[in-house]
Design a protein around this ligand. Structure first.
Ligand code: FES
Length: 352
């Protein structure tokens, strides 16, 4: 139902003060002021039943908000923090976080939606027009600005010194190109380079400190050894890029202490090799607790259990440290039996 369908006598008095006068074009003002379009009355202004319906809708939204807030409090108290649920299409997530987010979101949304619906349907519908004032400066101000500009141009001698003027315009035109050229540093995209490291079948494990290939007997129980791939020298141009992905932690455990079957299969006489790059935001891990076989990342204290597949037992890291499968070559040196089977370091958006 529109205001055109309402009997004339039911309509509220026209808000004449809100209607801008229609202007007429003349020589001074070549663009005529079109004025405001005719005022459209809302159905709630002319039909009390519609107004009541809007009132009930607003009250319903505020009531839903109250219920959602109660739901938030109940969720906080009642849902165990370690319970997880499957939500399509997101996957598994914490039931507590999901409930808190959902209820708080609903509570805030309903307050906002109720306020908007209230303002659009029931609050005053008076249109107010503010006449524009002229934006041009007074004639004497304009004359002064012109005079100042002419004086400045004369004093700069730009008119006479054409060589300076032309080279200055050339310099000003070219200087933004420096910023444009820097955009080139945004690429190229990493492609699949983050998924692979220098490790490959037959690549020896070299002690990062001594630069010597490691033998099993070099790795004592309880010690933490850092290793890099054979052939990666600190003088190489891509050393930083490659070591940031390939750095290894090597630990010897008693085989009987290794709980994870795959970890045991990928080890050699209890020697296990894990990525040294934390899976939270990529700090190098360096603290080893010999008794518990835990390694600790110094940045945000993520803790990984090296005797159980390097799974996360504390902290913000999202997944276990990737393990490198190792063995010994014909000369008795420790060697990799392939690359990591998953990307090392923190999760990234295209990891898939
Ligand atoms: S980078 Fe290791 S816990 Fe944050």
């Amino acid at each position: 139902m529109s205001s055109q369908d309402i009997p004339e006598e039911n309509l509220p008095a026209e808000q004449d003060h809100a209607r801008g006068a229609v202007g007429v074009a003349d020589e001074v003002n070549p663009f005529a002021d079109p004025g405001l379009p005719p005022h459209e009355h809302r159905i709630q202004d002319i039909d009390e039943r519609a107004a009541k319906r809007s009132e009930r809708a607003v009250a319903l939204l505020f009531t839903v908000s109250m219920l959602a807030t109660v739901g938030f409090i109940v969720s906080y108290v009642a849902i165990p923090h370690d319970k997880s649920i499957f939500v399509f299409p997101i996957g598994h997530l914490s039931a507590l976080n999901f409930a808190l987010g959902l209820t708080l979101g609903a509570a805030l949304f309903c307050i906002g939606a109720g306020a908007v619906h209230w303002a659009r349907t029931l609050m005053s519908d008076v249109e107010v027009a503010d006449e524009r004032h002229p934006i041009e400066a007074a004639p004497d101000v304009r004359a002064k600005v012109h005079a100042d500009f002419r004086q400045g141009a004369a004093e700069s001698v730009l008119g006479r010194r054409k060589l300076i003027r032309n080279t200055m315009f050339g310099a000003l035109a070219l200087v933004p190109l420096s910023g444009v050229m820097l955009l080139r540093d945004l690429g190229p995209l990493p492609g699949t380079s983050l998924r692979h490291t220098m490790w490959a079948k037959g690549k020896r494990l070299v002690n990062t400190n001594t630069n010597l290939p490691l033998r099993p007997e070099d790795v004592a129980v309880g010690s933490l050894t850092f290793a890099k791939p054979d052939g990666l020298e600190e003088t190489s141009e891509d050393f930083q890029t490659e070591i940031a992905k390939a750095a290894l932690m090597i630990v010897r455990l008693q085989p009987g202490n290794i709980k994870d079957k795959r970890e045991l299969d990928w080890s050699h006489e209890g020697i296990v090799a894990f990525s040294k790059i934390c899976t939270h935001v990529g700090c190098p891990i360096s603290l080893y607790e010999q008794q518990t076989h835990h390694v600790l990342c110094p940045c945000h204290q993520s803790t990984f259990d090296l005797s159980d597949g390097a799974r996360v037992i504390f902290g913000p890291a999202g997944h276990a440290l990737p393990q490198l499968r190792i063995g010994v070559d014909s000369e008795g040196y420790l060697q990799a039996l392939g690359d990591f089977e998953e990307p090392v370091g923190p999760a990234f958006w295209e990891r898939g």
